[in-house]
Design a protein around this ligand. Structure first.
Ligand SMILES: [Zn+2]
Length: 361
């Protein structure tokens, strides 16, 4: 009993620090609600789909409601009291603690469904570690579609997870299983829309596309390096100690601007391939994250040869750091807003496609 009591908080800390949290729970809820609103505000969305969308989230409100949620609320690891799809959309992370039980139809546990490390998909075994110059990124034409290929064991199976949840969503829509009245009912359009949204959102988190998911290679003391993964995910928007009102307000403006203007560059209708392409594009943002983490923590040296000791990351400095390293001059905050808008746009797209396919349109 005493050990259990001790372990519980440790487990929560471990879960919260684990790479499977991308984005954080609060962000998964936010991005998913924004996707619902995007479809509801779109004149081309079919009326019957809008009727269904309105059932997904009780007290959904407007974009301004989501802004207030983003600015003020603290979610942390989800509590279970969330309503509607907000509960379902964080279940993939809530289930990631179990690293053993395979999730049908896969032979992998839930944790492996949330990411796909580019380097580990490289055909060359000597090129499976992150490098600042991104020279270990794979040629996507050589990535095997066979889930039994040994590379997927290390790389994570996000492309298969997206593809599978899409298929299940279409099946549920076709069969008319449109509501989730019981949380134990795992086979309905709400559950599958939520899981599809979750994995689609994880797809645009750059640090879910690399084996170096905490950017440790940017630090001389890798063991003592600050947690860049959590910085990128929830530090600014869902921190226990700091609300970062100025950062959040600035971020919100950037996100809304991106939502109004962003066009999805991915054109293939093949969801497996599309997911890989999104991962590779997201991967290209990591050098900016790495440089920002070095600068915001006082890490000396170069990305190839960091020297001395780093301190904790200054969150404000991290998000306001700017560079042209990715080809366009932008701050980490601008890049994150673009990646998150991309997630919202893609969730709305895949839901709409699933609806049309399920309804035989
Ligand atoms: Zn996840």
């Amino acid at each position: 009993m005493a050990i259990k009591k001790l372990l519980a908080p440790l487990l929560i800390v471990a879960l919260f620090c684990s790479p499977v949290f991308a984005w954080g729970s609060k962000e998964h809820m936010l991005l998913t609600r924004l996707a619902i609103l995007r479809l509801l505000n779109d004149a081309t969305t079919p009326a019957d789909m809008k009727t269904w969308l309105k059932t997904l989230q009780p007290e959904l409100g407007t974009v301004a409601t989501q802004q207030a949620f983003f600015m003020k609320s603290r979610v942390g690891a989800a509590s279970g009291s969330e309503k509607g799809i907000s509960w379902w959309v964080v279940q993939p992370d809530a289930r990631s603690g179990d690293k053993k039980t395979p999730v049908p139809p896969f032979e992998f546990a839930e944790q492996k469904l949330h990411f796909t490390d580019m380097e580990n998909l490289n055909a060359d075994v000597d090129k499976r570690a992150y490098k600042h110059d991104m020279s270990d990124a794979p040629d996507l034409n050589q990535v095997p579609r066979d889930i039994k290929d040994e590379r997927w064991k290390e790389a994570g199976i996000l492309p298969f997870a997206v593809e599978n949840s899409y298929k299940e969503l279409v099946k549920s829509i076709k069969a008319g299983r449109l509501s989730a009245d019981d949380r134990k009912d795992e086979d309905n359009a709400v559950r599958w829309a939520a899981f599809l949204a979750h994995y689609t959102e994880d797809n645009t988190q750059p640090l879910h596309a690399t084996e170096d998911y905490q950017c440790k290679r940017y630090f001389a003391d890798r063991r003592g390096a600050p947690n860049v993964h959590s910085e990128m995910e929830y530090k600014m928007n869902d921190d226990e100690k700091n609300d970062y009102p100025k950062l959040r307000a600035d971020y919100w403006k950037l996100l809304i601007k991106q939502l109004d203007t962003f066009k999805d560059p991915i054109t293939t209708k093949d969801l497996w391939l599309a997911t890989l392409q999104v991962s590779l594009e997201s991967y290209k943002q990591i050098p900016l994250i790495g440089l920002a983490a070095m600068q915001a923590s006082g890490q000396q040296g170069t990305p190839e040869k960091p020297t001395g000791r780093a301190g904790p990351i200054d969150t404000d400095k991290f998000f306001r750091y700017s560079s042209e390293v990715t080809g366009t001059h932008e701050t980490v905050m601008q890049m994150k807003a673009r990646q998150q808008a991309w997630a919202v746009v893609r969730v709305a797209e895949v839901w709409r496609r699933a609806w049309d396919e399920g309804k035989g349109k």
